[in-house]
Design a protein around this ligand. Structure first.
Ligand SMILES: [Zn+2]
Length: 162
């Protein structure tokens, strides 16, 4: 049986091959275990009831003690296997919307990040310029403390080296 809906590429990426393999394994083994359990149980029942009226003891009645747990285990396994399929189907139905939302959010986020990055870069450049302006040098002629962006020494008036 093919799954009714193609799984979206996004979901395919989210689902690891191990998970898929486990799901396939459960879907295959679950019903088999359940059917084996059912056969054991039916055999035990038939044997039990066919022995009514006769002196023969129900020799195969013990199969019921294997069959019932097998049915239970098989049922649980199938449930897990098919549950995964159903979940994926439901997820596949809603995934396109989710993917659009993610893309939309990504675009918004991208813009926001870009703005923040630009602001940060601008801030850093301004900070560096301010820092450079605030940094002090010493006049090579008189040793007076001068700002880095000064061209002439405010004390001796001589040109400061670049
Ligand atoms: Zn000077």
């Amino acid at each position: 049986m093919k799954e009714p809906n193609p799984i979206s590429p996004l979901l395919k990426r989210l689902q690891t091959p191990e998970q898929k393999a486990a799901g396939n394994f459960l879907r295959k083994i679950g019903p088999l275990v359940f059917i084996a359990g059912l056969i054991c149980t039916i055999t035990a029942m038939v044997n039990f009831f066919s022995c009514f009226g006769s002196m023969e003891p129900p020799r195969l009645f013990w199969l019921g003690f294997i069959g019932l747990p097998l049915m239970f285990v098989g049922g649980v396994l199938s449930q897990f296997g098919f549950l995964g399929m159903v979940t994926r189907f439901v997820a596949g139905e809603t995934a396109p919307v989710a993917a659009d939302t993610v893309n939309y959010m990504a675009d918004e986020t991208k813009d926001a990040v870009e703005t923040v990055a630009k602001s940060a870069a601008k801030g850093i450049v301004e900070g560096l310029e301010a820092g450079r302006a605030a940094a002090t040098n010493f006049c090579p002629h008189c040793g007076f403390s001068v700002k880095a962006n000064f061209q002439f020494c405010p004390k001796c008036g001589k040109a400061l080296a670049a």
